[in-house]
Design a protein around this ligand. Structure first.
Ligand code: UVW
Length: 309
């Protein structure tokens, strides 16, 4: 399987890190996480309490799933019902094993979007052509396999707590000023290479509503919020809602925030983060560790982001 490197003369978008780390760069703002950023991030862990920010992987009830995606399935591949099957190979009759087959959409529950996730005008981040991409091979450029492992400082911007509400109402558009006001109130200054996690309270609202199928309206980032991440050189953005950005889309720009962050700035995204425990414990800064599955050619991966407060 040859790796084509076809590149079209795509026009760089308004928000752009294209070329900043070289014309062949496929990792985008992850380049901001230098060894100095990693060692400085270690100091943001003060209590040693560890949080798993993923929702459970189960068919229903963890988070809403878009209708064009499938709920995850765990099927038993082997169980006590197969007991004795290894006896012909010398295994004792009462010895067996339990194993599963997992069928997971890469972008279902808590997941990371690779930079190849969204395209427009024939290209993804850094101008790589979408014509390299095939269903059999997947994405040869900017896939989740280019991420590796992420260790950096996490900044949790808890908007509902800052605004004195349980959650932001569906359709609330979050601006740069909202993010800055929350950071100021929390006494935290966002630094280059940070992972910023924005809590909207959406998952708590969704549970309170009796877990409806994908609500058409959710609070989330508006187009203006992109300035906050660009100005602060943020490496990764996470959110507890389904698409990072507000739904319906801000100013009717379809996937506008996805395009600006992933395609323009090369900022990876994590959706459906479970931020409730960080909120309960009022954690605003922590050490973050995220390792997506190293799936060659995938445009995203389920993740279990680990926060160490
Ligand atoms: C969409 O693209 C709507 O979804 P996600 O970014 O959650 O994978």
């Amino acid at each position: 399987m040859s790796e084509m490197t076809e590149k079209k003369s795509a026009k760089a978008p308004e928000f752009s890190n294209w070329g900043r780390w070289g014309e062949n760069d496929e990792r985008g703002a992850l380049n901001l996480i230098t060894p100095e950023v990693v060692t400085a991030a270690l100091a943001s862990s003060t209590t040693g309490k560890v949080y798993n920010l993923a929702v459970p992987i189960q068919r229903r009830g963890s988070a809403p799933i878009f209708a064009f995606r499938n709920p995850p399935q765990r099927l038993s591949a082997q169980s006590q019902s197969d007991a004795g099957s290894d006896a012909p190979f010398g295994a004792p009759e009462d010895l067996g094993s339990n194993e599963d087959v997992l069928i997971l959409d890469s972008h279902g529950l808590t997941h990371m979007d690779a930079l190849a996730h969204v395209y427009i005008d024939g290209s993804i981040y850094n101008g790589f052509s979408i014509h390299d991409i095939t269903t059999k091979r997947g994405v040869p450029h900017c896939g989740i396999d280019k991420v590796g492992q992420i260790v950096t400082r996490g900044v949790h911007l808890d908007l509902p707590r800052h605004q004195g509400v349980d959650w932001l109402e569906p359709g609330t558009v979050i601006s740069s000023a909202d993010l800055q006001a929350c950071a100021d109130a929390q006494g935290v200054r966002v630094r280059s290479g940070d992972m910023v996690m924005v809590r909207t309270g959406f998952l708590e609202w969704w549970r309170d509503q009796g877990k409806p199928s994908m609500p058409a309206s959710q609070p989330g980032l508006g187009l203006d919020a992109v300035h906050f991440f660009a100005d602060n050189d943020v490496a990764v953005v996470g959110c507890d809602n389904s698409a990072i950005e507000v739904m319906p889309f801000d100013q009717d720009v379809f996937l506008g925030v996805h395009l600006a962050l992933l395609r323009g700035l090369g900022v990876h995204l994590i959706e459906h983060m479970n931020l409730a425990q960080l909120s309960a414990d009022q954690v605003t800064e922590c050490l973050m560790v995220v390792a997506p599955l190293n799936v060659r050619g995938a445009a995203g991966s389920p993740v279990s982001p680990i926060a160490i407060a």
